[in-house]
Design a binder for this molecule. Structure first.
Ligand code: C5P
Length: 317
């Protein structure tokens, strides 16, 4: 960084997600599965701050920090560099330092890494004043980084199609109250869970159809009534996640016995999402799970919430 250059900092807050429906279709030639998913952004947040620096780096703090890579494989860093390449040629390709305050579980099926990448794209666009990069272009860059990254830019409740990167908002009123259970030290790798899903399907000989959002869930989401949403929740990766981590079956059973309206594995897991009927029910369930459930972090969250948002831009003259 040269003397006189900007030392602006930009901070972005970004939520995690759960999948209310995750229908896994056939394996494509590019190694991805055709999906139809319904994402919901929930009120568990990471905060990502970027500032100009002499070299590219990423630093992580928070309860899960030691499980996040800080080398070139960190997708927040990959995202910053991808956007940096879109800067006009006469503008120097400045490195940034990325600071992540991590609250979203790592490798938990809540798209924590993708959330940080989305937040970094938004923060760097603001830091570098890249007004020529509109939201659609940013979403295209996001899709090149990971299937879930475009959704974390927009948030709310949305259908994801293709490999999950094509986003269509779902309009609905109301909010859902969730309790999330993230097992201590548990992690599942997304590619392994998809591979296990393929293995289980090959065993049973089941050929998956090309997936479509279910009418039942789409109708239920108009009013977000938990009595209608609960029975319509579905995750095709759940059996694969449970096969790799059998404890999840016990977690889900315990939550339902303690009064959850429904339980499902979030994305590729191992985070389990419990649907409750109100804030009061969510408090009761989280207290019950903490006392009686398998050891894990238990957080209450509401959804939907907006996607990544700039929350601070400190400008230096
Ligand atoms: O896109 P992303 O990097 O998040 O995907 C991680 C891995 O998850 C992929 O390499 C692939 O193994 C699996 N995946 C898949 N089908 C999808 C999305 C992800 O098989 N639609």
């Amino acid at each position: 960084m040269n003397a006189g250059e900007s030392t602006d900092t930009v901070a972005v807050r970004v939520p995690g997600k759960i999948n209310l429906e995750l229908l896994v279709g056939p394996l494509r030639e590019d190694g991805y599965h055709e999906l139809s998913t319904i994402f919901q952004a929930v009120s568990v947040y990471d905060r990502v701050t970027v500032r100009p620096a002499d070299e590219w780096s990423v630093h992580v703090i928070g309860p899960y920090a030691d499980r996040v890579p800080t080398d070139g494989s960190n997708i927040a860093l990959v995202a910053a560099k991808a956007l940096g390449r879109r800067r006009p040629r006469h503008v120097p390709h400045d490195p940034v330092r990325i600071d992540i305050e991590k609250t979203i579980p790592v490798a938990g099926g809540m798209a924590g890494g993708s959330a940080d990448a989305a937040a970094t794209l938004l923060a760097c666009r603001e830091l570098w004043a890249m007004d020529h990069v509109d939201n659609e272009t940013l979403a295209q860059i996001a899709a090149g980084i990971g299937s879930d990254v475009p959704f974390l830019l927009s948030g709310g409740t949305a259908i994801g199609s293709g490999r999950g990167e094509h986003i269509t908002p779902v309009l609905g009123r109301g909010e859902l109250h969730w309790v999330l259970w993230a097992g201590e030290g548990l992690a599942l790798s997304t590619p392994n869970v998809y591979a296990e899903c393929d293995r289980l399907r090959a065993e049973s000989g089941a050929e998956p159809p090309v997936p479509q959002p279910s009418e039942e869930l789409m109708t239920a989401l108009r009013r977000m009534d938990p009595d209608d949403v609960g029975p319509a929740l579905r995750n095709d990766l759940q059996d694969a996640a449970v096969s790799l981590e059998p404890l999840l079956a016990e977690v889900m059973r315990t939550g339902v016995e303690l009064g959850a309206r429904a339980a499902l594995v979030s994305g590729s897991g191992p985070t389990v999402a419990f649907l409750t009927g109100s804030q009061a029910e969510a408090i009761d369930l989280s207290v019950g799970l903490a006392a009686n459930g398998p050891a894990g972090d238990i957080v209450r969250a509401v959804g939907p919430v907006p996607g990544a948002q700039v929350v601070q831009h400190v400008r230096t003259p």
